[in-house]
Design a protein around this ligand. Structure first.
Ligand code: BTN
Length: 326
């Protein structure tokens, strides 16, 4: 894991879970001088970490800023590769654009780009994605699975299954559902979305950028008025504030696990999990594509992640990209 010295220090305090650590012990463990440790602690205080000095024992970390930085995420991380390189920003245009550049420059499988705020967040179908400061998880995971370009949409479904699995592990007051293709809903309102972009040649995937946007700690009036009736956050539904760094680590754990499962054994298990958590399949829906609006019963998804709708005249319509009303 590539952490800066400052992040290593903070990670050490986070792992100590409130116990004091002496300056000398830190200096010995990290191989730097006590003065250097003291300077890093000053910088950390400026960033919002609070320490108190305990006589003869050292420093105790007493409060942590609410951020999704590398130190906080890696203190929860339990993965083989994913999240081992973290690019953290206070503010970006879009984590997708930064990830795209990093992927072109050879970033490793599982590298993440995460920001407190996006000023030009991108949603599916060229829509803007509202990304309020410090409230959500705005992250792109660069993955480099050995797959062919036509398999890429299946990885979006892998990501949706990973998100619901992470939420079900951490939160007990609601059941998240997947709305085709990959919106995550809680009680019928959208709390997360996934945007997958691909770097590929005709016959080879160089990398996928899995963009994940989650409304985590929003209150209702943190959302623009026009989406207040259709959007929600985990905190609203769980009735408790979310530890965003913990959720990021949990998502990375499932994303790594299900991506590896998919590459090793194919799509069947992922498809089963996707259907199990879907709120679309088996329902009467209205699908609006760029060309037309069709109504019928959503009967399943194909191995390409295409939605199949049984129309009233008995025809089965395949829908590749659409807005769905249930
Ligand atoms: C959707 O339309 O539902 C997909 C939303 C995806 C938003 C995420 S936030 C992190 C990443 N960066 C972006 O600009 N978009 C994705």
């Amino acid at each position: 894991m590539s952490l800066s010295m400052k992040d290593k220090i903070i990670q050490r305090f986070l792992l100590a879970r409130g116990e004091p650590i002496s300056g000398q012990q830190l200096a010995d463990e990290l191989g730097i001088s006590r003065t250097a440790i003291w300077k890093h602690l000053q910088t950390l205080q400026d960033e919002g970490y609070e320490f108190i000095t305990i006589k003869k024992k050292g420093y105790r970390l007493v409060s942590v800023p609410d951020r999704v930085d590398a130190a906080r995420i890696s203190s929860y991380l339990n993965t083989k590769r994913f999240g081992h390189t973290i690019h953290y920003f206070e503010e970006v245009d879009s984590t997708q654009s930064i990830a795209q550049q990093l992927a072109r420059d050879g970033a490793k499988d599982g590298t993440i780009v995460i920001a407190e705020e996006q000023t030009g967040g991108k949603g599916r179908m060229q829509r803007p994605w509202y990304s309020a400061k410090g409230k959500g998880i705005w992250m792109t995971v660069i993955i480099r699975p050995n797959i062919l370009p036509h398999q890429a949409p299946q990885l979006t479904l892998v990501a949706a299954v990973s998100l619901v699995s992470a939420m079900k592990t951490l939160y007990k007051n609601f059941i998240p559902e997947i709305k085709w293709p990959n919106d995550i809903l809680i009680n019928g309102k959208k709390c997360a979305g996934i945007l997958t972009e691909m770097l590929a040649e005709m016959d080879r995937v160089d990398g996928l950028l899995i963009g994940i946007g989650i409304n985590a700690n929003h209150e209702l009036d943190d959302f623009p008025e026009d989406i207040q009736s259709i959007a929600t956050s985990i905190a609203i539904e769980e009735k408790q504030k979310v530890d965003r760094a913990q959720l990021v680590a949990e998502i990375l754990k499932y994303l790594e696990h299900y991506t590896d499962e998919y590459v090793a054994n194919g799509f069947a298990a992922i498809k089963r999990l996707w259907v199990e958590h879907s709120c679309t399949i088996g329902k009467r829906i209205k699908a609006t594509t760029i060309r037309e609006t069709v109504e019928g019963e959503a009967i399943g998804i194909t191995d390409e992640g295409v939605l199949e709708i049984l129309l009233d005249d008995g025809q089965i319509k395949k829908v590749y990209s659409a807005d769905i009303e249930i």
